[in-house]
Write a protein that binds this ligand. Sequence first.
Ligand code: AMP
Ligand code: MG
Length: 475
Amino acid sequence: MPIQFDNSFARLPPQFFSPQLPTKVAAPKMVKYNEALADELGIPNGDLTPNMLAGNDIPQGATPIATAYSGHQFGGFSPHLGDGRAILLGEIITPKGTRFDLQLKGSGQTMFSRNGDGRANIAAVIREYVVSEAMHALNIPTTRALAAVTTGDMVQRETATPGAVLARVASSHIRVGTFQFHYARQDKAALETLTDYVINRHYPDADGPIEMLTQVIERQAKLVAKWMGVGFIHGVMNTDNMSIAGETIDYGPCAFMDAYHPETVFSSIDRNGRYAFANQPKIALWNLSQLAQTLVPLVGEDAIPEIEAALNRFDDTFAVAFNTVFNKKLGFKNPQPEDKPLIENLLKIMAESQIDFTLMFSSLTRIAHSGDASDTRALFEDPRSFDTWLAKWTKRAQCENLVTRGLSMQAANPVYIPRNHRVEEVIQSANAGDYTKFEKLMDVLAEPYNYHANYDAFELPPKPEEQVHATFCGT
Ligand code: AMP
Ligand code: MG
């Protein structure tokens, strides 16, 4: 059976998108194809050729479009963004009946490109491939990478680098900015259509815009808590980069922290630390209040208190989600009142001593397994503050099932994350046409919670000379 397309977004009114064919490229070559994901989507082997994945050929049943959206970028509103370098090929219905977008990113200019070339380079494609698939393996809602192809054309950035296209799969590509687009145009009919569409597609049990908003808020709060549980920094939480379906989307200058500090920023364009690690919940709420504002024309001014009440619940929802994530990381199944200060205290001493986030928690798993705290103590120059904390944690653990604690902690504390210096290393090799490091890193990240004797080097933070201090947008 061929790929089952059913392109519902392309059946929306014309102001939602513009029909757009990808621009042809010189010589498409497959870099990586995600067979496991293709199977889930019901894509028969070989049905998507490199020419299709680069945009030279259009798969049967696809309806290529560029979608319209706006967005607050670093707090300033841009009414006209939209898919400037991405084309939505269509929606695939899986054998189980689930609907997913299939989008090509880097497939040429559209009416939304402004001054951009509509292209992506191999660096940006590999970064998104690695990090999005790592997030999936970490059980964090995310868009997926189906394939990476090189185009055979060069793309001019700081230097000329190989051009590439990422085939991306998402629950949908509707963003907070999609609502803002129609709100800014005061197009109430379009807002109604969009809200109905989103409820139907993503929140079928929501009865009306406010219930939809409430559920979007809940998904975002849980998502950001999950990010923080693995030390992830999105880097550009603009409203156009926030999915309405609650998936992590648009991996640009994102990174996982090595040494823990709440103010960590990676993005070279985030000069004021707006999207720093610990600011992420605050920014999520700010973005959600922009979404809420777009719903006012639909529900009327009288409903504003109800909207505000929904927004006001964000902080509690986030706090519960955050504690749930960190309770699991510390092996607490039966929550106790003293857990919250215990988590806060641990993060405080980690920040003071700049302890590696991932190593800290994976070494705590080892304590739970073996009782041996020497690995964790060795992370600290002066372990006294840790020793005090360890005594409290050990006492607290007595309320838990000590037989299952180690295993449940292992399932919450990854050993392998896509460390930034590893991602950079993979990108450097890929720029030179060598993908062996990319393949290897993907193997390591596929099972992030299981210790693997041959992967020691991937567990470790960068040596001083390997440290990456900023990541670039890579657009
Ligand atoms: P992003 O930084 O990926 O979230 O993109 C922000 C906006 O800039 C979106 O509207 C993109 O479509 C657009 N954009 C980013 N890079 C390019 C490019 N190379 N060519 C055209 N548009 C782009
Ligand atoms: Mg974006």
